[in-house]
Design a protein around this ligand. Structure first.
Ligand SMILES: [Zn+2]
Length: 464
């Protein structure tokens, strides 16, 4: 064959447009997505809308309904196929609350203490409860004989959220079982500037529900000192919280259908509900705009990722987890290969935790080692935003059900040094969120989602 003919034969191939079926270059696409994420404030602007135009969004509230409409509209504009999956959620309504430390002797005034009722708390009688306190630092140190007729104050030092939050969750039940008339918990935080932190609590099935609320670490310490120095402080407590009938809510699901394996699904999750204080900016508004923007950037690619990506704005994480449970049940027969949650604030992204379990549901270090080895190149794409670290750990509450059903579970990890101090308080507001960190979080989430949705041999590497 003469050279000229060879050239001629080659020409049509050279001139032909790039075949649409040709797979995108994974690393180049990751770099493109990273650059787009780092140069856009769209997620930050969405968070401002959510916080300022709608505000906090407790389950059953009109604001949560408005946020669901907003999420549906925004994700539709971003090019995702959006559906609402109905879920009935509890409706707990906080009323006014008042707590006073009564004077220790005649001539002194009562002092009003900051208080926030805990989710699902019952109210006091209208005239309130007046009782002596029994301050105790742990369940181990709790003496049931001292609690009868008292207001129990759980002054548990913060050693970590997972461990310390048990006093908020179970304290009222333990106190009630011993005959206490109310339960107050030191707010679950590592630092405090005299701010009470709300959160959920659950009455055990065998106890009489007693009023349950959070006080500041400062007041818990004061009451503890008074007790240690031989006085018996008395408190007057008035709570007016009520639990109403369940309300219809929904998970908002935005889908980008996979180009090659649409039946394999990667879920990006957050929760749209919040507590009824502050603006739910970091818990979990920031997580929602991050996964929404990741979905938007993936949808704008010339070709969709290999697998289907679903952005799920879960409902009712804070006081029921019904959105996460309903999603896992409704999609149990699908192949959700991986799920990533963003629900630990808007601090700098540090990497991802991987929640890999064996058949018994225990952590599986061998599977983690295989996953870590398999994802090395993809983790490298995250180095520019400091999020290349992968460690074994917890994924997220909302995606817990799908992880139990077999999905690889991941959590976007953040620097949480500024998180607990505002968590579940009136201080969880928009202006505390740093736009540069939002961009970096979006970059980390988008590139990681791309890695999970595009990498062909992800699953065989983990589950051989
Ligand atoms: Zn949260």
């Amino acid at each position: 064959v003469r050279p000229s003919l060879l050239l001629l034969l080659a020409l049509p191939a050279l001139a032909a447009p790039r075949k649409p079926t040709q797979a995108p270059d994974p690393a180049a696409t990751a770099a493109l997505l990273l650059g787009q994420a780092l140069s856009s404030d769209e997620a930050y602007e969405e968070l401002r809308e959510l916080c300022d135009d709608i505000g906090h969004r407790i389950s059953g509230s009109p604001q949560l309904d408005a946020a669901i409409d907003w999420g549906m509209r925004r994700m539709t504009e971003d090019g995702l196929a959006v559906t609402l999956e109905p879920v009935d959620v509890p409706r707990w309504v906080r009323g006014p609350a008042k707590l006073e430390l009564l004077p220790s002797r005649a001539g002194l005034a009562a002092r009003e203490l900051a208080i926030l009722a805990l989710g699902s708390s019952v109210s006091t009688p209208p005239e309130g409860i007046e009782a002596e306190v029994y301050v105790v630092s742990s369940f181990d140190a709790f003496d049931p004989a001292r609690a009868k007729g008292k207001i129990v104050v759980w002054d548990a030092p913060f050693v970590g959220y997972g461990e310390t939050v048990r006093y908020r969750g179970e304290g009222a039940s333990v106190a009630s079982r011993a005959g206490a008339v109310a339960s107050l918990v030191r707010s679950v935080t590592d630092r405090s500037l005299y701010t009470p932190h709300t959160g959920n609590q659950r009455y055990a099935a065998d106890v009489i529900p007693i009023p349950a609320a959070a006080i500041t670490p400062e007041d818990a310490a004061t009451l503890h000192r008074l007790q240690d120095h031989g006085s018996t402080p008395r408190l007057r407590l008035q709570l007016t919280a009520t639990t109403e009938a369940d309300v219809r809510s929904a998970n908002v699901v935005g889908e980008l259908r996979g180009r090659e394996r649409p039946e394999e699904i990667v879920v990006l999750g957050c929760h749209l509900d919040s507590w009824d204080v502050g603006q739910g900016a970091q818990d979990d508004g920031a997580g929602c705009v991050t996964v929404m923007q990741a979905g938007a950037l993936l949808a704008a690619l010339p070709q969709a990722p290999r697998r289907t990506v679903r952005v799920v704005l879960f409902t009712n994480e804070e006081n029921g987890l019904r959105g996460g449970k309903a999603y896992a049940a409704a999609h149990a027969s699908e192949r959700i290969v991986a799920a990533v949650e963003d629900d630990t604030g808007a601090g700098a992204p540090l990497g991802f935790s991987a929640d890999l379990r064996d058949a018994k549901g225990d952590p599986d270090p061998a599977a983690f080692a295989r996953l870590q080895a398999a994802l090395q190149p993809q983790l490298g794409w995250l180095r520019p935003v400091g999020a290349a670290h992968l460690e074994a750990g917890w994924s997220g509450a909302d995606i817990g059900g799908v992880v139990e059903n077999g999905a690889l579970g991941f959590g976007l990890e953040h620097d949480m040094s500024g998180y607990w101090i505002i968590h579940h308080t009136d201080a969880d507001t928009f202006e505390k969120v740093d736009p540069d960190l939002v961009r970096r979080n979006v970059a980390a989430m988008t590139v990681f989602a791309w890695a999970l949705a595009e990498t062909p041999e992800l699953l065989p590497a983990v589950q051989p």
